[in-house]
Ligand binder design. Structure first.
Ligand code: COA
Ligand code: AMP
Length: 632
């Protein structure tokens, strides 16, 4: 943080590092506790830090019931706006409380108790939010799986989370096609070792699913269930597990606790996003991602705001005016989406002519996150909207921004290309490969000195060792974010991109390692590397470079088709995997290790000198144009 800063942000930031217990215990007053915490930060089992130990609360109570009890039952909690079905439906806080309480009763009737897991595989319907909150109401643990993942990925998550119940829907709706979820759920349950005792299925009229012995119709179940009260749990008990891509094929189960999460999210909603009770916040993401968990569901509800749940894309339903229509119809104060959504609008409507006729006067801020905010997108959005366009940087692991512009606390000047300054509680340092902090403006590994603030992951689900190995082992006393970048002399953070095998496709985080594992199973492939190449719309797209087995004879187009189908079947359409290039060789060290980092550097336009151990430099000459050509 720069020395000359003296405002509210500087004061909050300094206090959060000098006296974290004092800072966060004051922030925690915004939350209703059944039992006050006895220890604000429990360091006794470091590096497994625990926030608000001894405290007991219920997150659903804090997000829903307490607003009704305070007399705000008529306030709108949620607006479901679904251009793909042509419907708009509103839920007051009272209605949401009633439906959540009854669905919690339904889950309890199926045997779900505190600590049990419930896996959700749902499209963007209000019932997804109801099921999340109902699970939280019981003190149980939800694990939402994004609908664009294939059955195999769902099965991996079911096996890791071992849910008592799965909640799904008959279908989701993508522009131009209905995606039947139920057959995918059935397939996942066949593939999984673990057997949940029941599946609750929401029947949607666009595709009615055929039901099996263990399937229960949502409406029928709810009709015979009674509402139940919130179950207080320990602040340190898990609220949810959200799987995210790591370097290997096995996703990481990010654990979120109840207490730290509620405290940090409520703080962020007020101080970063500047949204309070009765105001309308719209995070155009999906409940399957962390942005959906934090800023569609929990944070807006924790502060008593109205959240918009949007089922559709920014373009195509009906056209690139969709976002402007939603802002005007619901009086949205702040919109949060990924830069790729803005690029999609810009591509179809470069002059934003379709904005005409929509009253956007309610919109005060556009927040963008999930991937690097490129300058073109920043300037385009700023010019057409004439409001602050605010980048913020964070990850599934942290659950809320690491770096942002705290609009509610103290708006900071915007520097295009930077998600602004480090948020309270995060002691961010840029380290060189020896773990030594670099100077202002110098690039290195962006790391966070332990302990992490409340709301961030305390560990990985059932895998404390992997938590330490993946995040805490590179530099002693630090959490490794996996992003490279720098901090300038004013304390502004610059994030350049991942330093590992994670790529970001349309704001969706994916593992090239898991794609390589599928590509490598093709009988004609000897070896392969999957690298993210630049894409104008989605930021990055995966491209496979394959070396064929000697004597293999296959038409390249057929090979591509077969491999693309395999990745779609195993990982899902969300991988947006469409390109396979046959190359004579991959760059390797003399000991045979594929130089993926060197390939990534070329693709990202930040080529480093190849290591001296490279076997054959000329291999890179063949690859260079293929790594730099956008997808055709
Ligand atoms: N269920 C089933 N399939 C899904 C899905 C879901 N929930 N979500 C995506 N898919 C499918 C898509 O239909 C598409 O299939 P296709 O290959 O048959 O066309 C594929 O997965 C890739 O989806 P996507 O990368 O989203 O591409 P798109 O062209 O459909 O849309 C954008 C591109 C940019 C408009 C869209 O990704 C978007 O709005 N992103 C920004 C918001 C966001 O989601 N951010 C996340 C974190 S903040
Ligand atoms: P996810 O866990 O899906 O939220 O993805 C997190 C990753 O997305 C980060 O580690 C970054 O690589 C990238 N990311 C998210 N937000 C930003 C941002 N504002 N600027 C640059 N990269 C970002």
């Amino acid at each position: 943080m720069p020395h000359e800063q003296t405002g509210a942000y500087a004061a909050a930031y300094a206090r959060s590092l000098e006296d974290p217990e004092g800072f966060w215990s004051e922030v925690a007053r915004a939350i209703d506790w059944d039992t006050e915490p006895t220890t604000v930060l429990d360091r006794s089992d470091a590096p497994y830090y625990r926030w608000f130990a001894g405290g007991r609360l219920n997150t659903c109570w804090n997000a829903v019931d307490r607003h009704v009890e305070a007399g705000h039952g008529d306030r709108i909690a949620l607006v479901h706006d679904s251009p793909v079905t042509g419907t708009v439906e509103t839920y007051t806080y009272a209605r949401l409380r009633d439906e959540v309480a009854t669905f919690a009763g339904a889950l309890r009737g199926l045997g779900v108790e505190a600590g049990d897991r419930v896996v959700l595989y749902m499209p963007m319907v209000p019932q997804a939010v109801v099921a999340m909150l109902a699970t939280a109401r019981l003190g149980a643990v939800h694990s939402v799986v994004f609908g664009g993942f294939a059955p195999h990925e769902l099965a991996i998550r079911i096996d890791d989370a071992t849910p008592k119940v799965v909640v799904s829907a008959s279908c989701g709706i993508e522009p131009g096609r209905v995606v039947e979820y139920k057959p995918m759920l059935d397939r996942a349950l066949e593939l999984a070792q673990h057997e949940p005792s029941a599946s609750v299925v929401l029947q949607r009229p666009q595709a009615v699913a055929s039901m099996g012995d263990k399937d229960i119709d949502w409406d029928e179940l709810v009709a015979r269930s009674q509402p139940v009260d919130c179950v207080p749990v320990a602040a340190t008990d898990p609220l949810y597990v959200l799987y995210t891509s790591g370097t290997t094929g096995k996703p990481k189960g990010i654990v979120r606790d109840n207490g730290g999460h509620a405290v940090a999210l409520a703080w962020s909603m007020t101080n970063i996003y500047g949204v309070g009770p009765g105001e309308v916040f719209w995070a155009a993401s999906d409940v399957g991602w962390v942005v959906g968990h934090s800023y569609i569901v929990y944070a807006p509800l924790l502060v008593g705001a109205t959240t918009v749940l949007y089922e559709g894309k920014p373009v195509g339903t009906p056209d690139a005016s969709a976002f402007w229509r939603v802002i005007a119809d619901h009086g949205v104060k702040a919109l949060f989406t990924a830069p790729t959504a803005i690029r999609a609008i810009k591509k179809e409507d470069p002059t934003a002519a379709l904005r005409t006729g929509h009253d956007l006067s309610s919109l005060e801020t556009l927040f963008l996150a999930g991937e690097r905010l490129d300058p073109d997108t920043y300037h385009w959005a700023s010019d057409i909207l004439g409001i602050p366009v605010v980048d913020n940087w964070w990850q599934t692991e942290t659950g809320w921004p690491i770096a942002a512009n705290p609009r509610g606390l103290e708006p900071m000047p915007i520097k295009p290309g930077s998600p602004t300054v480090v948020m309270p509680g995060y002691d961010v340092q840029v380290l060189d490969e020896n773990g030594v902090p670099v100077g202002p403006g110098e690039e290195g590994n962006i790391c966070i000195r332990l302990p992490l603030p409340p709301g961030t992951l305390p560990t990985l689900w059932n895998d404390d060792k992997r938590y330490v190995d993946s995040y805490l082992s590179d530099f002693n006393g630090y959490y490794t974010t996996g992003d490279g970048g720098s901090i300038d002399a004013d304390g502004y953070v610059y994030v350049m991109g991942r330093t590992d095998d994670v790529i970001n496709v349309a704001g969706h985080r994916l593992s090239t390692g898991s794609m390589e594992a599928v590509v490598a199973t093709h009988p004609m492939v000897a070896e392969c590397a999957v690298i993210g190449v630049h894409d104008e719309l989605k930021g990055q797209l995966p491209r496979a470079f394959v070396v064929l087995k000697s004597g293999a004879d296959i038409d390249p187009e057929q090979l591509q088709r077969e491999i693309v189908d395999a990745v779609r079947d195993e990982i899902g359409p969300v991988a947006a995997f469409k390109s396979v290039v046959v190359v004579p060789a991959l760059p390797k060290t003399r000991s045979g290790k594929i130089l993926r980092r060197t390939m990534r550097g070329i693709a990202d336009g930040r080529p480093e000198a190849p290591p001296s151990t490279i076997e054959d430099l000329s291999v890179l000459d063949v690859l260079r144009p293929l790594l730099r050509t956008p997808q055709g």
